[in-house]
Structures are given as structure tokens and as C-alpha cells.
Ligand binder design. Structure first.
Ligand SMILES: [Ca+2]
Ligand SMILES: [Ca+2]
Ligand SMILES: [Ca+2]
Length: 367
């Protein structure tokens, strides 16, 4: 929470920016009771502050008026080339439910729960992502019950998409959760949404070209703000997979983020016209996390586009996946005991392993 003295300084600075910069570059972002107002400098004629902050438009009689005690913060950022599409929420989810099959387990068990949170327009968002409650993919390794043996893996069910297709076995490991779609068909989901860390194996029969679309979540305990444990830690994420036809996760995959949290100030996320949502300028240790104050955390949410799992979906404007080293990912035994099965696959995610909590990864293989 910024102080009024800061606001006055910021507002005064903005007045100068608004009057001295011409057509380019600045946006005034005002955050008031969880609602953001983003105003381009070119749309500001004057800024007046008395007991209220009033920003008037140069082209009409319109004015934006804010009560000082309802303004959380004001920032200045570069004007974005597209309209700001992320929806902003503040604080914790207002309803929470259990979303997992696994409700108890030995080891470092944390129950996977989902939450619902509303933005200022009344739109509800499910965090960290909406779960498909269908088939659970078998564990390759789980600390809950131990690993499948080699004999067991040879008895895996083959999920048939195309009877005349090729049989592919996939090895997958997520921090923390994934759902696999192949050519738009739901193959299954990770049975353990949060912790402990498991790895998975699944077999299917499908014809080329093959489009993999994988919904992934970095799970959270404080739903709506992307934090975990009593420490209000900002959790980190990552995903790796190897497919027996040689397909592997690497920088040729596409990745788009749909939920970014926790944020002290959502304007640190830069959206560009080509669909990139970049949170790398945001603090990985926001004050609302170090203060253990989830009510002060913001989150950004984006709707999932129709057809996201289909071959026909155009992901050409999505960013390429970012790759991370094993040291950055920090895998546990669910991966390290099976490293040879993952061969030269790389750990991937969007560009931000910490704040980007729900991503969709896509790759089309033609052979
Ligand atoms: Ca998992
Ligand atoms: Ca996270
Ligand atoms: Ca995590």
C-alpha cells in the first residue's frame, strides 16, 4: 500500500509526463479497490488533486475521479500496443474445494484444492486452473504407493485415438500438475495436483500429424494468489516429457500463460500485440509474499481460447517455450530415478518459472 505523499509525487510527475511527452509511450495506471484503470498519457489533459484525484480528458468532458483513500497505488508504464486483456483480481479466492482423487498420501503431502475468485466485473476465474476430472494417468513413480515395475509398464492400457495409428509411450513429469490432450482428445491427467512430486507414463495410438496440447499448473495452497505453505512462498513450476517416437519437450514447443500471481502491482506485466504476456519485470519476492499478506496480492487472469487443444488451432503467435536447467527446476526422485527414460528432453515452461502458474504447452509433430 503506497502512501498519499507518494501518490502526490507520482501524480505530479505524471502531470509533467503527460504534458511534456507527445504521442508516445506513457500510461498512468491507477489501482483502486482491486480495479485497475489504465490511461494513456495522450488521453490526459490535466491532473488535479485536492481531496480527490481527478484526471480529465483532452477530447471530451470525461474525467476519471478517485478518492485518495480508495487508491492502492499509481504507477507509470510504457503504453501497451494492444488493449490490456488480463483480468485483475485481488486477494484470496472466495470459495475453495478439493479437486483431486488423491486425498491422502505418505511423505510431503499437500491436498490439491481449487478456488474461485471474482474480478471487478464479476467474472469468475478458477485457480490455479479448471480441472478435467476424467481419467488419471498412471504414475511412473509416486511417493504415495511406490513405482510401477517394468512388468507393469508393459501392461499399460493403450488409449486408441486412431486404430491405424502408431503406438507411442509418453513419460511426463510436472511441477506440479498436467493434463494431456492429443489431437484434441483428452488422454488423462496427473493424479497428484500438488505434492508429493510424481512422474507419469501413458500409452496411446495415433496418426501423424500429432498435436500435443498440455495444460499445466504450478499448484498453490493460498488459492488466488499463487503462494504455498505457512511461509507464503512463491511456488515454482516446470514440465518435462519424452515420447517414444523421439518427440521431446524443448524450445520448439509453444507456451502461453493464463494466470500470473502473486503481484504487488499488475502493471509490471507487459502485454504486447503479438500475444506475449511477459511477467519477468515483476518481483519474484513481492512484498505481499514477504509480508505474508495475501489480501494485498494481485493476480492476472486470461481466458483460454476456443479450440486450444485442436490440430487446427493457430498457436503461431504464442511465445516459444523457455527452457530451464535441471538445477533451475530442482527435480526430485520422481524424475532423477528415471532420468534415462526422459533422454534429452528439456525442462520447459513460459518465460517465468515462478509467477506464471497456469500455462498451455503445444507442439505439432509431422512425420
Ligand atoms: Ca503432480
Ligand atoms: Ca508460482
Ligand atoms: Ca510448484
Amino acid at each position: 500500500m503506497k502512501r498519499i505523499s507518494y501518490l502526490l509525487q507520482t501524480a505530479a510527475a505524471m502531470l509533467i509526463l503527460a504534458t511534456t511527452s507527445t504521442a508516445t509511450a506513457q500510461t498512468l495506471n491507477v489501482y483502486s479497490k482491486g480495479t485497475a484503470t489504465n490511461i494513456k498519457a495522450a488521453d490526459i489533459r490535466s491532473i488535479k488533486f485536492d481531496k480527490k484525484l481527478t484526471i480529465s480528458s483532452p477530447t471530451s468532458s470525461a474525467a476519471w475521479t478517485f478518492e485518495f483513500n480508495a487508491v492502492d497505488s499509481m504507477t507509470v508504464s510504457a503504453a501497451q500496443t494492444a488493449s490490456y486483456k488480463g483480468s485483475i483480481t485481488k486477494g484470496l479466492a472466495d470459495s475453495v474445494w478439493t479437486s483431486a482423487i488423491v486425498t491422502s498420501c505418505t511423505g510431503m503431502f499437500t491436498l490439491g484444492r481449487s478456488g474461485r475468485i471474482k474480478d471487478a466485473s464479476g467474472t469468475s476465474w478458477i485457480v490455479p486452473m479448471e480441472v478435467n476430472a476424467g481419467r488419471a494417468i498412471p504414475d511412473l513413480f509416486t511417493p504415495c504407493t511406490g513405482s510401477m515395475s517394468t512388468a507393469d509398464t508393459s501392461k499399460l492400457e493403450t488409449i486408441v485415438i486412431d486404430p491405424d495409428g502408431v503406438v507411442i509411450t509418453a513419460y511426463l513429469h510436472a511441477d506440479n500438475y498436467f493434463e494431456l490432450y492429443v489431437n484434441g482428445v483428452f488422454i488423462g491427467r496427473d493424479p497428484i495436483p500438488f505434492t508429493p512430486f510424481n512422474s507419469n507414463i501413458v500409452r496411446f495410438k495415433v496418426k501423424y500429424p500429432i498435436t500435443y496440447a498440455i495444460k499445466c499448473a504450478d499448484w498453490e495452497e493460498h488459492l488466488g494468489v499463487g503462494m504455498e505453505y505457512d511461509t507464503y512462498n512463491v511456488g515454482d513450476a516446470g514440465f518435462i516429457a519424452y515420447f517414444s517416437d523421439g518427440t521431446k519437450t524443448d524450445e520448439t514447443w509453444k507456451s502461453q500463460v493464463f494466470y500470473i500471481a502473486p503481484l504487488d502491482d499488475p502493471s509490471c506485466v507487459v502485454e504486447t500485440a503479438d500475444g506475449v504476456r511477459n511477467s519477468l519485470n515483476c518481483s519474484k519476492k513481492p512484498a505481499c509474499s514477504s509480508n505474508k499478506n495475501p489480501s494485498g496480492c494481485y493476480a492476472l487472469h486470461y481466458p483460454i481460447p476456443d479450440g486450444w487443444s485442436l490440430k487446427t488451432f493457430d498457436d503461431s503467435k504464442w511465445p516459444s517455450a523457455s527452457i530451464f536447467t535441471e538445477a533451475q527446476f530442482g527435480p526430485k526422485e520422481a524424475y532423477t530415478n528415471y532420468r534415462s527414460l526422459f533422454r534429452d528432453a528439456k525442462f520447459i515452461w513460459s518465460s517465468n518459472l515462478d509467477l506464471d502458474n497456469f500455462v498451455i504447452l503445444r507442439k505439432t509433430v509431422t512425420k
